[in-house]
Design a protein around this ligand. Structure first.
Ligand SMILES: NC(=O)c1ccc[n+]([C@@H]2O[C@H](COP(=O)([O-])OP(=O)(O)OC[C@H]3O[C@@H](n4cnc5c(N)ncnc54)[C@H](OP(=O)(O)O)[C@@H]3O)[C@@H](O)[C@H]2O)c1
Length: 246
């Protein structure tokens, strides 16, 4: 087996948060490797753009991944070979100023929803004879950083639950790993880099001295979803240019 065009032929892979940024790149790459991709995001127009490019491979679900209707629809799938738990948010700010609303929003999407999506995915995965879950973490799942304690809390939880899920689900041949990116230019982070001091801070922290590209993240995601990673579970691929190695 190798990275060839048919890597995901006859495999169904769901990407939660697939309309923009990293999730869009993961969905696109899975389609390029011939998966049946279920791309989920709330903005229909983003999904439409993806479907036009890969009409044979992409199905769009314009849904909120925090909703009960989404969990039920996912659970009712006949099979599922791969899941990318990518939907996530950040609310940047010092602990002293964080509102309950921010705390609840980050915990709800980054932790609770990731757990609920995974829980719903188990049923169709049991029909698939093996499956792979990739949880989108962050370098902030390994370290702390100014103004990001709330986000760090959520991504440390993602790292922890990934290990626990890997242990619990191994008996079903369901592998669970994370991809942990450094900063990537996406709609979520673009506004942050308008601040010159922040820009300098980030580049000083990354030994490779560049931001990651969405395809850098999608490459690792593709590998972990595939049978090429069949003995890998309960761990993380840090795509961080060396940030956490300092
Ligand atoms: N960008 C970075 O530098 C970076 C670094 C490390 C880790 N990460 C992680 O990578 C993941 C993706 O980040 P990103 O920067 O690519 O985000 P993004 O640009 O904000 O894109 C997020 C995608 O998820 C969808 N989404 C968000 N909430 C959703 C919901 N409730 N239901 C359905 N879809 C939803 C959005 O579409 P709709 O709004 O249309 O629903 C959008 O398509 C996150 O988990 C983030 O924490 C990002």
């Amino acid at each position: 087996m190798s990275f060839n065009k048919g890597l995901f032929t006859n495999k169904t892979i769901l990407v939660a948060g697939a309309g923009k940024g990293i999730g869009l790149a993961c969905a696109t790459m899975a389609a390029q490797y011939d998966a049946n991709v279920i791309a989920v995001a709330r903005t229909q127009a983003d999904l439409d753009k993806l479907i036009v490019l890969y009409p044979d491979n992409i199905t769009g679900w314009a849904m909120d991944v925090t909703s009960e209707s989404f969990f039920q629809k996912l659970k009712a799938l006949p099979v599922l070979h791969g899941l990318v738990n990518n939907a996530g948010i950040n609310r940047v700010g010092q602990m002293l100023g964080q509102t309950d609303e921010n705390i609840d929003a980050v915990i709800d999407l980054n932790i609770r929803t990731l757990y609920k999506i995974s829980q719903a995915a188990i049923t169709p995965m049991l029909n698939s004879g093996g499956a792979s879950i990739v949880n989108m973490s962050s370098q902030m799942g390994f370290v702390g950083s100014p103004n990001r304690t709330l986000y760090c809390m959520s991504k440390h939880a993602v790292e922890g639950v990934t290990k626990a899920m890997a242990v619990e689900l191994a008996e079903h041949n369901i592998r669970v790993n994370t991809v942990a990116p450094t900063f990537v230019l996406t709609p979520m982070t673009e506004p942050m880099f308008k601040d010159e001091a922040f820009h300098k801070f980030v580049f000083d922290m990354i030994p490779l001295s560049r931001l990651a590209k969405v395809d850098d993240i999608a490459n690792s995601c593709t590998f972990l979803l595939s049978e090429l990673a069949s003995m890998i579970t309960g761990t993380s691929i840090k795509v961080d240019g060396g940030w956490t190695a300092r």
